[in-house]
Write a protein that binds this ligand. Structure first.
Ligand code: AKB
Length: 317
């Protein structure tokens, strides 16, 4: 029986992925770990406080629970990373290397580690960005994700660590709030629309970015991790796409449901970060290797969020 450690379980992705993994392995076999206090979204899971920079504590938790798989999600995202680059680099790299080293030593069955579209940069082709292309990230987050991809492939090739990864686009969910990302506006906007307020967007109206609804992200992650090892041919990280849209387009989608919703655009330091990333992603390799296919388009995502977020709004107060 697999025992799965989710590091960063209190975060936007971690809280929802813990539930997805609970459906596959049984909730009692998921250990939710985070440096933060447990959040309501992971109530019912076994919780361990963990600073992933502390290799000894990580090893102790793995031994204590007989962990066989680790999903290592803890990271500092793009916008937050620019505030303190050395801290972001240290956390993003040390955390990953602690997990990879432990996986090698203890011969863990599988490791999941998320990469991001932030591995691309100003020199990368912006439309339908291919799996293999120019990668010249200019944020510390992107640099750490690109270096992390190289380390994942290295540990797979040199030591046989079965590590798998996806380059996530911006992830949009209504169950929890993201923190410190450049794509976060696409989550905040639904909160403002439902509160009847005006939304001031920190990106310009035409800034197109690759995005994905959280149920698709959970499905992609679990599909990749449950694929037979021989189908996982990319051991750096897979391009995975779903929807690409600009602020103007998400506003139009919301206005189909809430016509009175208004927005203004005041680009800030996150604009150049967004401008350095692709408009859209070619994910044909993931589709061919392990059968990736998204379920939600922009309007389907908007309807789903506007239907379900009101029930949860009190928990965000
Ligand atoms: C961010 O905006 O930093 C993240 C990402 C695209 O990886 N959501």
């Amino acid at each position: 029986m697999d025992k799965v450690l989710v590091i960063g379980a209190c975060g936007q992705l971690g809280s929802e992925l813990s539930h997805g993994l609970g459906e596959v392995f049984g909730q009692e076999n998921i250990i939710a770990a985070d440096i933060a206090d447990p959040v309501p979204a992971i109530e019912g899971f076994i919780y361990e406080r963990l600073d992933v920079m502390d290799a000894k504590s990580l090893a102790d938790i793995v031994d204590k629970h007989d962990i066989t798989q680790i999903y290592h999600l803890a990271a500092i995202l793009s916008a937050k990373g620019e505030e303190n680059p050395k801290w972001a680099w240290n956390l993003n790299m040390t955390g990953l290397l602690n997990v990879l080293e432990l996986a090698k030593e203890k011969k863990l069955k599988k490791i999941y580690w998320p990469s991001s579209i932030a591995v691309f940069g100003p020199g990368t082709p912006v439309d339908n960005t291919p799996q293999h292309t120019i990668m010249d990230p200019n944020t510390v987050y992107g640099i750490s994700k690109l270096a992390g991809e190289r380390w994942c492939e290295y540990y797979f090739e040199k030591y046989g660590v079965d590590v798998r990864s996806i380059r996530y686009p911006g992830l949009i969910g209504y169950k929890s709030l993201p923190g410190g990302g450049t794509t976060d506006y696409a989550v905040d906007i639904y909160h403002k629309a439902l509160a009847g307020g005006h939304f001031e967007c920190f990106l310009s109206e035409d800034t197109q970015l690759p995005m994905m609804y959280m149920p698709d992200a959970i499905k992609a992650t679990i599909d990749l991790m449950e694929s037979p090892a021989e189908n996982v041919k990319v051991r750096s990280s897979y391009n995975v796409a779903a929807i690409s849209f600009s602020p103007k387009e998400i506003v139009a989608s919301i206005q189909k449901n809430i016509p009175e919703f208004t927005t203004s655009y005041v680009p800030d330091f996150r604009q150049p970060i967004a401008d350095s990333w692709p408009n859209s992603i070619d994910d044909s390799v993931a589709r061919a290797d392990w059968g990736w296919k998204e379920a939600y388009d922009l309007d389907e995502m908007t309807s789903d969020i506007l239907q379900h977020l009101p029930e949860l709004l009190p928990s965000f107060q």
